[in-house]
Design a protein around this ligand. Structure first.
Ligand SMILES: C[S@@+](CC[C@H](N)C(=O)[O-])C[C@H]1O[C@@H](n2cnc3c(N)ncnc32)[C@H](O)[C@@H]1O
Length: 258
């Protein structure tokens, strides 16, 4: 898989522990093996607190059914290259049984964690809106609970390549929201259109899981976008909750580039 320079877009060639392009732009590998290709350092992705909470929550394996379902789907296509966009700490990326795997995220904390735990994937710090790959590079691109960089997804997918998108279903985390908000809302399940990609299949995965301690309930809340949108007063409603049954609802949409 050819990696390209974020500055001049020429190919980056590996020389010992660095990647260097024809125009001598130089990017060093980190000790844990990831490559930092950010040029605009003010874009940072999720902060340490969010990453820690997500990692601790995912370690409870409350989202294991989603990980298993994604693996089942991916294995059914028999493909050999995959790019996980906004991969976070690599919880899903690590599990994918694919020969050439790349994970990209803007969060240094997330990518540091991912690259230490998972040696089967090449992790990069980069924006998903300016991908450091040539056109037509990947058989599969995934986006799980993250912004959708539609143009770049189309550009880096091979002909007939698949884009797998996970978005929250209507009832996702509704009973957590019911505790925090006076008027909780259901998520919208609008169909997402992506130019030049055909939606070939949609699957819904719904189940409930139990969290038996306050830390895990707070971790789940902190890793969601609600954390930043909620007043301290509303957030404190979780302070004394130690047991909660939560509904998970995921929509998995599979698109194909023609
Ligand atoms: C909700 S998390 C999901 C992480 C992972 N896919 C998962 O489900 O565990 C969203 C991720 O998107 C990353 N992110 C947000 N904007 C980004 C961008 N422009 N480029 C790369 N990553 C981005 C954040 O740093 C964060 O790790």
């Amino acid at each position: 898989m050819k990696i390209i320079c974020p500055i001049c877009k020429s190919e980056l060639i590996k020389k010992q522990k660095s990647y260097i392009c024809f125009n001598k732009h130089n990017f060093d590998m980190s000790k844990s093996g990831y490559l930092n290709l950010t040029i605009n350092k003010s874009n940072t992705g999720d902060n340490k607190e969010m990453v820690n909470s997500r990692t601790l929550f995912l370690e409870t394996d409350s989202y294991l059914p989603l990980k298993d379902r994604l693996n089942k789907i991916i294995n059914s296509y028999n493909k050999s290259s995959l790019l996980d966009l906004a991969c976070g700490d690599g919880y899903y990326t690590k599990s994918f049984n694919i020969k050439n795997k790349f994970g990209i995220d803007l969060s240094k904390e997330a990518i540091t964690y991912a690259s230490k735990k998972d040696k089967s994937t090449f992790y990069l710090i980069s924006s998903i809106f300016d991908l450091p790959f040539l056109d037509d590079s990947f058989d599969i691109v995934t986006t799980i609970f993250a912004p959708i960089s539609k143009d770049e997804i189309y550009r880096v997918l091979n002909k007939n390549g698949l884009f797998i998108l996970v978005t929250p279903g209507k009832n996702h985390l509704f009973n957590l929201k019911k505790i925090i908000y006076d008027k909780p809302y259901l998520n919208k399940e609008d169909k997402i259109n992506i130019k030049n990609l055909t939606l070939i299949k949609t699957e819904k995965l719904e189940y409930s899981f139990k969290l038996n301690n306050n830390d895990s309930i707070k971790d789940l809340f902190t890793m969601t976008p609600y954390y930043y949108k909620t007043s301290k007063k509303d957030a404190s409603k979780l302070d004394n909750i130690n047991n909660l049954t939560i509904n998970a609802s995921f929509i998995i949409s599979i698109y194909q580039k023609k």
